[in-house]
Design a protein around this ligand. Structure first.
Ligand code: ATP
Length: 244
């Protein structure tokens, strides 16, 4: 079954400060994503990887094209549906994490991770137990669980970010360089965790700058260049360009 159909997706940015100049983020991007697959997005810096994830999550409003999420209850065009539908899907079905943690002042790390579960109605104790288990799996030292992430290092924040995105077990997980600041051991722990989620049926679209991560988990690779799809290939046929 297909989870997502991206069809003719384009995003241009109007740069008012540059005298109405337009910057192309994505240009006529089309591909499909199957249920339970891990799709890696690769490309040079500025090729449109983050813009693609943001258009799917609707942080960016696409300029043209469709992003059809195939829900059990019917198809939803994420590029055009009302904001309330997007918010409901984010609560329930689509997770996103970027390299940067959205600061929530004075909320301990464990509660930042537990929060999406509590919002789904999971009792607080149970949500905290799940959060602690994820933080432990991602090697966050226990003395930091009750500390505020505002003071954390980049790699520590990244672990909170990843744990928070995966805690509710979304059907579709969008990951924008979630392991870039992690040491190799913690990165390996994150890969193990993602592999378990994949086995449970989660679909992942991820941007990774480490070839080893892609080779460990990806089923297919989408190569972007200048906002366009250069190729979509099974991992066995991916020649590692971009990482050479
Ligand atoms: N909010 C924005 N306003 C204006 N231009 C933007 C915006 N976001 C992205 N762009 C432009 O769109 C193009 C694609 O950017 P994007 O961040 O998607 O690339 P990327 O492949 O994720 O790059 P990197 O690997 O460096 O993170 C770039 O030219 C970028 O300058």
């Amino acid at each position: 079954m297909t989870v997502l159909t991206i069809d003719g997706l384009s995003k241009t940015f109007d740069m008012h400060v540059l005298g109405e100049k337009q910057v192309v983020g994505l240009d006529d991007v089309s591909f499909e994503v199957d249920d339970g697959e891990f799709l890696a997005i690769v490309g040079e810096s500025g090729s449109g990887k983050s813009s693609l994830l943001k258009c799917i999550y609707r942080t960016y409003q696409p300029t043209a094209g469709r992003v059809v999420y195939h829900d059990t209850g019917g198809d939803v065009d994420l590029a055009a549906c009302p904001e309330r539908d997007i918010i409901a899907l984010r609560d329930d079905a689509i997770g996103y994490t970027s390299q940067f943690l959205d600061e929530i002042p004075r909320v301990p790390a464990v509660d930042v991770v537990a929060r999406p579960l509590c919002e789904q109605g999971v009792p607080n104790d149970e949500a905290r137990t799940t959060a602690e288990s994820l933080l432990s799996r991602l090697h966050l030292p226990e003395e930091l669980w009750d500390a505020y992430p505002a003071t954390f290092s980049g790699g520590e924040r990244q672990r909170i970010n990843l744990a928070q995105a995966i805690a509710p077990k979304p059907r579709l997980l969008l990951l924008d360089e979630p392991t870039s600041a992690l040491d190799p051991e913690t990165r390996a722990a994150a890969i193990d965790l993602l592999q378990e989620y994949l086995e449970d049926g989660t679909t992942v679209i991820g941007v990774f700058h480490n070839r080893d991560v892609i080779e460990a988990v990806a089923d297919r690779v989408v190569v972007l260049a200048d906002g366009r799809v250069r190729q979509v290939v099974p991992i066995e046929e991916y020649n590692g360009e971009v990482f050479a």
